[in-house]
Structure formats: structure tokens, C-alpha cells
Design a protein around this ligand. Structure first.
Ligand code: ZN
Length: 335
């Protein structure tokens, strides 16, 4: 079975070359934005390392018990470590648990593998603890980390990993992958490629979960409505986040606002001159264009920066309602 990751062909080549030359590193770090396919390529790699009937070195069958268990992340020699929820904190206890499991002999596979997902969410203690294993890895162990950005990781961790940086695909290429490999129709593939901003994993996810794509569009539309509302109405919206348990919801919404204001900025700077603008919300182009003409691009840039900053505050223990109110106060009123 081929790895079937057209988007990251070059990365697959690197990993297969390591395997063919018998020169695999003991630690790999896959870096790239969420939804780009970091976990998928990690799991394919682990399958290739441990498949019972590989058709060739660097390949995997996809059908043996080990391949199937790994693809479901349920193999006894595969240890997954991650924060409880995306956006949460990966704690030292999780790292210690995995270190203990790694110190035992493999249950049946050639390699025991620790897969640490979204490692940018690991706190300082957890990162320091992992460093020990990276410095003196046990035999028969592979460490695989994924992260959305390198600057949240200790430099000593990065330097001990083979770093593989995954990039979004050009939208036209992603559209072609969705049509050729996932049987999407051309127009739908075009919309999804934009909505996923070139991230192939996210695009496939949206293709398979149409409600999810709809929900994202609804949130973007709600953002446009907020732009037309007055302060009182916006504060009423902020009341949705009285409850601290809404942190993950608010994070999703703010991420969608980031894309929304990026679109507004693109249109405000470029106008409608180019139909090739890499907008996220092509479905809303008409409304976006109208809004983009109402204030300067500097203002949109200012709001976009505020939104980016608010993502940092979100990680700290702030009052979510207050954060939302402050953010919305900066938005122009475009009624
Ligand atoms: Zn197999």
C-alpha cells in the first residue's frame, strides 16, 4: 500500500530514504498548522516501521493486524500523549507515563513508538522531562512529535529531532487531490480547498463532514453580522462566554474570525481585481467585498492583530467574556 499522501510527497521520500538506508533517526518532529496532515503522516510512518508484511522496505501492507491497530491508534506498542483537549496543557504526568511504557520490552512490534501530539501544548516541566528520553533514548524506541509551531518548543528538543516541516498545498493542487483521490466534484473541491486554506487533512475532514463545513460558514456569517451590530448587541454575544468551559468553543470562533479578517484585508487591499485571491470564505465573497469597501485596510490589519494577540491571552487564565468584549470593541461598526 502506498502512503497516499500526495501533499507531502517529499516528506514521505525523506522517511522512506531513512528506512531504506537503515538510518532512521530516533526522533522526528512534524511541524505545520493544524489539519495539515501531521498525525496522518506520523501514523503511516509507524505502520511502515512495524508492518508485519511490508511489500518493500519503507512501505506497509495496510491490512495486517499491526497496520490496522496502528491506523486506529490502538497498538500495544504505540503510546499516544496529548493534552486532554486541544488547546489544553500536556502535563509532565503524561510524559512520565509514556517514559515508563517505553522502558519495557516491545510487546510484539519491532519498534515501540511514542507519538506526542500537539507538543506545543506541553508545559515547561513536561518538555524538560521528555528531553531526558530524547538525549538517551531506550533501544527499539522511536519518538514522534507533532506541533503547530517550533517557537513553543525548547530549542534543545528541536535540535534532537529530525524536523519535517509540512506546508499547505497550493489551492489548485489541493482541489485536484480532492477530485482525483476523494471523488469530490470540481466546484465543491474548489470551495473546500479554500475553506481549508490548503491544509489537506482538514480538507478531507471537511469533505467527509459536511455539517462541519456548514458550521464554519455559519460562524463566519455570524462574524459579519457582529460587524454590523452596535456595542450593546456585541456585548450580548460576549455573554455566551460567561462559562470558562467555553474556552475551546471561543478558540474555534476566534480562529474563524482570523480567517474572516484575513479575507477582508485581502479584499480591501486588492479589491475584486483578481478572482485568484486565496480567500477562505469564497461563498461569502459578495458580502465580504461590500464590507471590505467600508473601512481602510489599516483598520482591518489592526483588528487582525488584536485577534492574533487574543489567541495568546486565551491560553492564559483570562475571563472569556471580558476577552470577547474587548475584542469586539476594536471592531469597526459597518452598518
Ligand atoms: Zn501491515
Amino acid at each position: 500500500m502506498s502512503w497516499n499522501i500526495a501533499a507531502h510527497d517529499w516528506a514521505v521520500q525523506i522517511l522512506q530514504n531513512h528506512m531504506r538506508s537503515g538510518n532512521t533517526r530516533h526522533a522526528y518532529l512534524f511541524v505545520g498548522p493544524q489539519g495539515i496532515g501531521r498525525r496522518t503522516i506520523s501514523l503511516r510512518f509507524i505502520q511502515a516501521l512495524n508492518c508485519l508484511n511490508p511489500p518493500a522496505v519503507g512501505e506497509f501492507c495496510g491490512e495486517c493486524r499491526v497496520c490496522r491497530q496502528i491506523s486506529q491508534m490502538q497498538h500495544p506498542d504505540l503510546f499516544i500523549g496529548e493534552a486532554e483537549t486541544p488547546g489544553g496543557t500536556l502535563k509532565i504526568d503524561t510524559v512520565r507515563e509514556i517514559q515508563h511504557s517505553l522502558s519495557l520490552q516491545p510487546y510484539e512490534a519491532r519498534w515501540r513508538v511514542a507519538l506526542l501530539l500537539r507538543f506545543e501544548e506541553a508545559n515547561q516541566n513536561a518538555q524538560n522531562a521528555l528531553l531526558k528520553t530524547l538525549e538517551e533514548p531506550p533501544e527499539n524506541v522511536k519518538m514522534i512529535l507533532t506541533a503547530s509551531m517550533e517557537n513553543a518548543l525548547l530549542p534543545t528538543i528541536i535540535s534532537r529531532c529530525e524536523v519535517i516541516r509540512l506546508r499547505p498545498m497550493p489551492l489548485a493542487d489541493l482541489q485536484k487531490v480532492l477530485v482525483d483521490e476523494w471523488n469530490a466534484d470540481e466546484e465543491h473541491a474548489w470551495r473546500i480547498a479554500h475553506l481549508a486554506a490548503g491544509r489537506v487533512g482538514f480538507a478531507v475532514n471537511l469533505l467527509q463532514n459536511t455539517e462541519k463545513a456548514d458550521a464554519i460558514l455559519d460562524t463566519a456569517r455570524e462574524g459579519l453580522e457582529l460587524l454590523m451590530q452596535n456595542t450593546r448587541q456585541r456585548f450580548r454575544f460576549a455573554e455566551n462566554f460567561k462559562d470558562v468551559r467555553k474556552r475551546a468553543d471561543l478558540r474555534n470562533i476566534i480562529q474563524i474570525w482570523q480567517s474572516l479578517f484575513r479575507d477582508l484585508l485581502l479584499l480591501s487591499t486588492n479589491g475584486d481585481a483578481s478572482s485568484e485571491l486565496p480567500l477562505t470564505f469564497v461563498d461569502l465573497k459578495f458580502d465580504l467585498l461590500e464590507m471590505a469597501g467600508k473601512v481602510s485596510s489599516e483598520r482591518f490589519l489592526f483588528v487582525l492583530n488584536q485577534i492574533n494577540h487574543s489567541m495568546d491571552y486565551l491560553d492564559a487564565n483570562v475571563n472569556l467574556q471580558l476577552l470577547t468584549e474587548n475584542l469586539l470593541l476594536d471592531w469597526p461598526s459597518l452598518k
